[in-house]
Write a protein that binds this ligand. Sequence first.
Ligand code: PLP
Length: 397
Amino acid sequence: MKSFPKDTIKPEECSTLSSNETLLMIPGPTNLPDPVREALSQPSIYHRGDQFAQLLEVCSEGLKPLFGTENEVLILTSSSTGAMEAGIVNFLSPGDRVIAINTGKFGERLGDIATAFGAEVSWLTVEPGRVATPMVLDALADEVKPQAVLLVQNETSTGVCQDVGALAQVANDHGALVIVDAVSSLGGIPFEMDKWSVDVVMAGSQKALMLPPGLGFVAASPRAWQAAQSAQMPRYYFDLRAASQSAGKGQTPYTPNINMIVALAEVVALIQAEGLPNVYRRHHQMGEATRAAVQALGLRLFADPEYASDVVTAIQSPDELDSTQLVKQIRDKHNILISGGQGELKGKIFRIGHLGCAGIREIRRTIKALAESLLDLGYQCSLDAALEAIEEIVANT
Ligand code: PLP
């Protein structure tokens, strides 16, 4: 099995794309390492047998350090939105007062799910590209007296990473459950569920975990499990009590995506071999290099630099350029996929995902394609300056 070398940042070892494959530099799904591809093509195994039970154990134990928790990590067969739904409906009741921090598309989705299941949602909406401050949350919590606060660690639509620890502390001071979407950050940016007193954390497979879409993950604190006993929101497929009971027997309540769980065990091994601190360092280096390079091209970052994400960089399109056109040019001419803006940011920003199976080599390739595409579309910039900026980051991180 291919593995990362220990104690070094050498992501070149990771990326295994053949030359005619599209390089995915979007914030998920991400490129698949060889061991994952191989695992996905293995014959199915029986999901009520010993072999599966062992794999489930390896996966759920192996994910704990990524969540920063001793709590059980449950594995669901669903997209990450299913995990988000599970993380809400198992712990709340219709009529509960909830604060939803709306940092963008995914913060909004958390609040929308809570609303759909009957919670009374108060929105804390921040300007796109910015994050919620503990002070503002504290003031709203004084007014609302929430039973829960919902927030996203890494808001993929705008490229900001929130200070979960500081926001959780405020929510805890108000006696509210803290429910966090770590879908696009888990495994790329540190998460400390236990240290930060977070109650529920949700994640998904197709981001830093280097798998295709299709698995969701949820971890819950003892306080959340206690709340689950009286929570009244309706649920069936996503009833985490059933998931936890089955997990105790090395199973899932319903037929899981077996091959994805086989592949997840490979991901756990890859991350263990590289070393989690090195994985985080690699993502930080990619974030720093991307930010430095796009600024050297004369472009402006969209996100507040203080909270810029290490897994996705959002960049303002030059005034005269629709970002949709730029994304298309990079795809058609360079076989590299980056993302445009979502919702009201469509055409105005573009986003480079740098997470999972990628490293500096992919950043260099993407920045080169970006610079050449900008030049093709009539925007003057210097590729050399951008590449120099990348090398400076490499030398200093
Ligand atoms: N939350 C965040 C932060 C995301 O980035 C995404 C997907 O991009 C989701 C939730 C939803 O994930 P899925 O499409 O797997 O349901």
